[in-house]
Design a protein around this ligand. Structure first.
Ligand SMILES: Nc1ncnc2c1ncn2[C@@H]1O[C@H](COP(=O)(O)OP(=O)(O)OP(=O)(O)O)[C@@H](O)[C@H]1O
Ligand code: SF4
Ligand SMILES: [Mg+2]
Length: 467
């Protein structure tokens, strides 16, 4: 079988002025069993990441729950020891620096944690929490610690009078602001934000995202933002890395990713997100629902890790792992048969199993703004209660747990574990009628209105992921 063009393409090279450079980063968590605690296997959480982060940019990292995003963030901030690979910050190799050697660098690399409830010590006042970095670094800011902490609180939109209060007196959004103030205390160069808004209500999410945006402009920060919410990632990122099972499968600028994704997984993820463009509201679109669970990172599939769920998989995908290579200027992709490229997979070489790997949902144009249609789709039903309450901003917010619960309701395909399918089901909740095609490509019978074909009461907003 012919291995397509990209095998001969250049390996991507990092920008010469990169602030952070990661090369072949690996983290395997050993699995030990028995009395002697012998290692019997390993969770391959991160398996060979290579990318860089340029000064002043925001690199978004997106992927399904469990694909290794948080592990990557913790490796970069040196909260975890890598199994292999290198991490360079401002040209210095920090891969294996010890605690004391890392201390000066902690000023420059800070982390915002996902859960604003557990990331603040409930016994400490806000003043103590935000001033901790000064104490740990032995730094006294000009004007004193208290004055500086109060300035930071103001910077993130809190009152300086909150100095003596305790975390339990604050809402989730306010607590995340406190976490941000703490991360910014030492004027870092790089901020790694692990799901900074996923634990927050959607209305608060926008405030915190805008705050991060403003602070970036004001302080010249560089961000690496981890999220599973494609809407958040789209809003904040200059470039986006898509992860699947411990690997980056596509890395490119925001426009290229959303307009011409090249990796089938990226395409499936994006197909599930409604286009926030009012001019396209009347356009019919197809959504790709991936079937099957995400494979275990303990024994990931050989060859391309996505081949068990890819509708284009051929023998070469099973046999050979596709390298991450630059297929278009600035667009790195790890795929033997990329989308939006001349070298498409011939239909007769596609594996039999691949033909069953996805389900296409055709979404009819929306007819009337705000009208929700409960429809039968395949074997499942979108009820009025589920519909009408999910906004476009929420649609991409998917966790593994949500996926399992949502897919059965809408598609009845058993496609648990698929972010695309869950996001799609939420999109349907936003009021778009759908029809599921049978695997052979035949559309299912015409949808008929559900009994409660009325906008339902406000349903629960999808919660954030787990880390
Ligand atoms: N300390 C650990 N020991 C063993 N396995 C771990 C450890 N931390 C993470 N893992 C495993 O590594 C894999 C990646 O986990 P990680 O938390 O990085 O995923 P994630 O992409 O951040 O997921 P989520 O979106 O749910 O936060 C998972 O299978 C997880 O169970
Ligand atoms: S076409 Fe092959 S290499 Fe590309 S994503 Fe699908 S299975 Fe992987
Ligand atoms: Mg995580």
């Amino acid at each position: 079988m012919k291995i397509p063009q990209q095998q001969q393409q250049q390996q991507p090279r990092s920008a010469p002025d990169a602030l952070l450079r990661v090369d072949g980063l690996v983290k395997h968590f050993p699995i030990r069993e028995g009395l002697l605690r012998r290692q019997t296997g390993a969770v391959q959480a991160v398996d060979g990441l290579t990318f860089d982060v340029r000064p002043g940019e925001t690199l978004g990292v997106v992927g399904e729950s469990g694909c290794g995003k948080s592990t990557m963030g913790r490796l970069i901030t040196r909260l975890l020891e890598p199994t292999a690979g290198t991490i360079e910050f401002q040209g210095h190799d920090i891969t294996h620096l010890g605690v004391s050697a890392m201390r000066p660098l902690r000023r420059d690399v800070q982390m915002i944690f996902q859960d604003p409830y557990s990331s603040l010590n409930p016994r400490h006042t806000i003043g103590t929490i935000v001033s901790a970095p000064f104490r740990l670094q032995g730094i006294t800011p000009e004007g004193g610690v208290k004055k500086e902490v109060q300035r930071l609180l103001e910077l993130v939109g809190l009152s300086p009078e909150h100095y003596n209060r305790y975390p339990h007196e604050f809402s989730g959004g306010q607590r995340q602001r406190i976490g941000i103030a703490r991360a910014l205390a030492l004027k870092p160069k790089l901020v790694v934000a692990d799901e900074p808004v996923s634990a927050l209500d959607v209305s608060i999410q926008a405030q915190v995202v805008n705050l991060l945006d403003d602070l970036q402009d004001e302080l010249g920060l560089t961000y690496l933002i981890i999220a599973h919410d494609l809407s958040v990632i789209r809003h904040v990122s200059d470039r986006i890395a898509v992860m699947y099972l411990g690997k980056i499968v596509e890395l490119t600028d925001r426009l290229s990713l959303y307009q011409s994704p090249m990796h089938p997984y990226t395409k499936a993820l994006l197909s599930a997100v409604p286009v926030p463009d009012p001019r396209r509201r009347g356009v019919k679109s197809d959504r790709i629902l991936l079937k099957g669970d995400v494979p275990s990172p303990i024994s990931p599939p050989r060859g391309c890790r996505f081949h068990t769920r890819c509708w284009k998989a051929t023998e070469v995908c099973v046999q050979q792992e596709p390298p991450l290579v630059e297929l278009k200027p600035g667009q790195q992709v790890a795929c033997h048969h990329p989308e939006n490229a001349a070298d498409q997979v011939p239909d007769e070489t596609v594996l039999e199993s691949a033909r069953e790997a996805v389900e296409i949902v055709s979404l009819a144009p929306k007819t009337e703004a705000g009208t929700v249609t409960g429809t039968e789709a395949g074997t499942g039903t979108v009820t009025g209660a589920e519909a009408g309450t999910v906004t476009g901003a929420e649609v991409g917010t998917v966790t593994g747990a949500e996926v399992g619960s949502e897919t059965g309701t809408v598609t009845g395909t058993g496609a648990a574990g698929s972010a695309a399918s869950a996001a799609s089901s939420l999109a349907e909740s936003a009021g778009e009628a759908s029809r599921v095609r049978e695997p052979g490509g035949q559309p299912a019978p015409e949808p008929r209105p559900a009994a409660d074909d009325q906008p339902g009461p406000a349903g629960p907003a999808p919660s954030g992921g787990t880390t």
